[in-house]
Ligand binder design. Sequence first.
Ligand SMILES: C[S@@+](CC[C@H](N)C(=O)[O-])C[C@H]1O[C@@H](n2cnc3c(N)ncnc32)[C@H](O)[C@@H]1O
Length: 199
Amino acid sequence: MARYQYRDRFYRQAAERGWPSRAAFKLEELLERFKLIGQGARVVDLGSAPGGWLAILSRKVGQEGRVVGIDLVPCVASTANTITLVGDVRDQALHRRTAQALGSPADLLTSDLAPKLSGIAERDQAKSLELIEAALAFGRSVLKPGGAMVAKVFMGSEFEEARRLFTHDFVKVSVVRTRASRPGSSELYFVARELQKIH
Ligand SMILES: C[S@@+](CC[C@H](N)C(=O)[O-])C[C@H]1O[C@@H](n2cnc3c(N)ncnc32)[C@H](O)[C@@H]1O
């Protein structure tokens, strides 16, 4: 029962604020806590549909900022500072299109990417790690030196490898659980800061 009351609070509040999903609370919490961006920032959001994170990012960066959202499925950009692209984040051609749409290197890349689950743990963990690798490759391509990333990860067998990859690329890596995550969920976020120049 407690679980359902908990879920309802976030669903109700998302609806009241006109946000497309409860996922928005998780990002809002992380941005507040780590002070990752301000007005005028440039942000790339991977796995952006149905647009919960885009709504938060658009408000945070303001009129002078720019947000580019990417997803396999179409997602409407409802504000003037936001552009959405349809595609697979593993497609390298999207790096170039995104950089063009941003106009200058990104301050932050967010990834809420989640694979379609097969129910076969080994296969799902491999898919999840593949998306994390794709998000990191995207980050290396579009972020400015010293830029930051927020990325969802699950506490499965892929977790330690994902952490190793992040700590290779970023100076500071925090592993965070948000209050808006469902109780019992294995969902965690990497908050990675200070992208290093990798040779
Ligand atoms: C949890 S949802 C994102 C929710 C979103 N952050 C929000 O706040 O509304 C995960 C998204 O990842 C997208 N996705 C999964 N694999 C992808 C890929 N290879 N390329 C692009 N998007 C992908 C899915 O289509 C899905 O919309």
